[in-house]
Structure formats: structure tokens, C-alpha cells
Design a protein around this ligand. Structure first.
Ligand code: UDP
Ligand code: MG
Length: 322
């Protein structure tokens, strides 16, 4: 039986959201007033240059459940969420945007799912209120590709409103735009995931910080995620296989050319295949060596940070000798 949730950390990245903060705070306070949870709101000010931080300071003075982390400069939403995770003390972590596009009234339903035994509850902006061409369409394509590649089928990776059991988040270092891949990482170590439709509102105050450019970054991140999920412990399986295939192809081409030369009197150097064969053997051998170097890097990666090569969900009787 999984532990029921009793304390919640809500993590909110804030970048120039002065128009939204008090409304969001009020709305969170009234949502949690209806529930029997201990909670903290962790606002991470990601280098805002409007009055966001002084507003947060005031909230923190009024209410000690409001915790504020202020970055020295703008590091991005992923870094802000990572800082929130590092300081979160609840059994469950709720991520949400500061701009009121996510709705705090969805949180009770999501926490109930966690108490049903799920480890990750992922919000899906079924009726998304953003521009279609630059936001909704690219996001649909990205979600489709991510689902195919990670084999974790969610409609909306990009929705920030998601709830995690705390321990599912342990041990990740988030880079780039990677927070959206957390459900895929969690699935990789056996977490139970459920997707729920959530409300979505148009932005009322301030501007969106993103445009079309983010989709490109997300797709590039996907390569890294796929690589880390499948080959991070054994990169030589990837590089080595490519290398072996290339070297074999090169030998096949060369044999074909040699047979042509000695049995049919065909010129080897007039055929483009000779060049291809030499390219393939060089690339193939390089790829195998690249694989070996990556194997060295992997050992440094896991051993220098004491990163486990496995994740345990339960332990019974291990520390008891009678
Ligand atoms: N955000 C942030 N750092 C940034 C950009 C955005 O902390 O560099 C925050 C922003 O304040 C908001 C959330 O991330 O709370 C989502 O940003 P936004 O609403 O601009 O994205 P969209 O909803 O348009 O995808
Ligand atoms: Mg937004």
C-alpha cells in the first residue's frame, strides 16, 4: 500500500508576473482551505525585473507557508522548477504556472488521484486557450513525437500543472527544457502515471515568454532523453552497433568491387563505391571508438555523483539480523 499524501509543496516559477501573483495566491489559499493538507507554496523568482519579487516578499511576511527563492538572473522555467524541487518538503509536489492559465481548483482532484495510488498525475489542457498556429499546433506535433519516442502516451507534456509523489522526483538533474520529460523519466523507473483533463484560461496579465522557437529545443531535448533512457548505461550498444554495420557495409562494397575487378575486369577507381567503402570503414571504426569513450564518460557520470544504475521501490527485512 502506498503512503497517503499529507503534505504538499506547490512549486511556481515566476518571471515578470506582477499582475498575477496576488490573485494566484488568494486562489491557492482558498483552494487549500477546503482541504486537510499541510502545504507550502514555493515561488521561484526567475530573475524578474518587474515588482514580482517585492510582491512575493510581502506575501512571505504575511504567511510563513509562502517560501520564496530568488534567482540572481533569468535561468529559465526548468531551472526554476528544479530549485523548487530541491527545497520542497511535502510528500507531493504540484507544479503550476504563475500566470493563472492553470487553475488551482483542479488541484484537489489531482491529489485525490495520487491518493488512489498513482505516482504522477499529468494535467491535459484539453481546451487550450492559446493561439492555434504558433502554440497549439506545434505543441500537438511535439506531443505526438514525444509520445512515440518515449512510449509514454500523454496528450500534453507541455502543461505545467502536474502532481508528483515526492520520491519520484529524486535524483534527476534537469537541463534545458527537460522538466516536460519528467513523466517519461518517472515511467522509466516504474512510476504509475495518469492523465487528467484540466482547465485552461487565456493569459490575462503580462505576456507569454515563449514562441515557436521552443518547439525546436524540445525536439532536440528529445534526442537526449531517448539516448539517456535507453543507452545511458551502455552507450557502446548504440555507437558500437552503428560502427559494426558501417564496417560490414564497407567490406561488402569492397568485396563487390574486388570481384568486379578480378573476375570481370571492371575498374575499381571509376566506381563511387570505393569512396563509399572507405568512408564507411573510417566512420565505422570512429563510431566504435566513440562508443568506448562514452563508456568511460558513463562510468564517470554514475560514479562521481553516486548516481544509481537502478531505482528501488521497496525494501523488506534488509537491515534486520536476528
Ligand atoms: N517562466 C519562468 N522563467 C522564464 C519563462 C517563464 O519562470 O524564463 C515562468 C512564467 O512566469 C510562468 C511559466 O514559467 O509562470 C510559464 O510561462 P508562460 O506563461 O510565459 O508560458 P506559456 O504558458 O505561454 O507556455
Ligand atoms: Mg502561460
Amino acid at each position: 500500500m502506498k503512503k497517503t499524501i499529507s503534505s504538499i509543496s506547490i512549486i511556481i516559477p515566476v518571471y515578470n508576473e506582477e499582475g498575477n501573483l496576488s490573485l494566484l495566491y488568494e486562489s491557492l489559499v482558498s483552494t487549500f482551505a477546503t482541504m486537510d493538507y499541510n502545504y507550502e507554496m514555493i515561488f521561484v523568482d526567475d530573475g524578474s525585473n518587474d515588482t514580482s519579487f517585492s510582491l512575493l516578499e510581502q506575501l512571505a511576511q504575511q504567511n510563513t507557508n509562502v517560501k520564496v527563492i530568488r534567482f540572481t538572473r533569468n535561468y529559465g522555467q526548468t531551472a526554476a522548477l528544479a530549485a523548487g524541487i530541491d527545497h520542497a518538503q511535502g510528500d507531493a509536489v504540484v507544479f503550476m504556472d504563475a500566470d493563472l492559465q492553470n487553475d488551482p481548483t483542479d488541484i484537489p482532484m489531482m491529489l485525490a488521484k495520487l491518493n488512489e495510488g498513482y505516482d504522477v498525475v499529468s494535467g491535459w489542457r484539453k481546451d487550450r486557450q492559446d493561439t492555434w498556429l504558433t502554440r497549439i499546433l506545434p505543441s500537438k506535433i511535439a506531443n505526438w513525437v514525444i509520445s512515440k519516442v518515449t512510449k509514454v502516451h500523454l496528450h500534453d507534456y507541455g502543461c505545467t500543472l502536474k502532481v508528483y509523489r515526492r520520491q519520484v522526483l529524486n535524483g534527476y538533474h534537469l537541463y534545458g527544457e527537460m522538466h516536460r520529460f519528467l513523466p517519461a523519466f518517472a515511467a522509466q523507473v516504474g512510476a504509475k502515471i495518469v492523465e487528467v483533463p484540466v482547465k485552461h484560461h487565456p493569459r490575462r496579465y503580462g505576456q507569454s515568454k515563449y514562441g515557436l522557437g521552443r518547439t525546436g529545443k524540445v525536439i532536440l531535448d528529445l534526442f537526449t532523453v531517448k539516448f539517456l533512457n535507453h543507452y545511458a548505461q551502455h552507450p557502446i550498444y548504440l555507437f558500437g552497433s552503428v560502427g559494426i554495420v558501417l564496417v560490414l557495409l564497407s567490406f561488402l562494397l569492397l568485396s563487390y568491387l574486388l570481384v568486379g575487378k578480378f573476375f570481370y575486369g571492371l575498374s575499381m577507381i571509376r566506381s563511387p563505391l570505393l569512396l563509399m567503402s572507405s568512408m564507411f570503414v573510417i566512420l565505422g571504426v570512429q563510431s566504435i571508438f566513440l562508443g568506448l569513450i562514452s563508456e568511460l564518460l558513463v562510468r564517470t557520470y554514475h560514479e562521481s555523483q553516486d548516481k544509481p544504475t537502478y531505482h528501488v521501490s521497496q525494501i523488506l527485512n534488509i537491515n534486520t539480523i536476528k
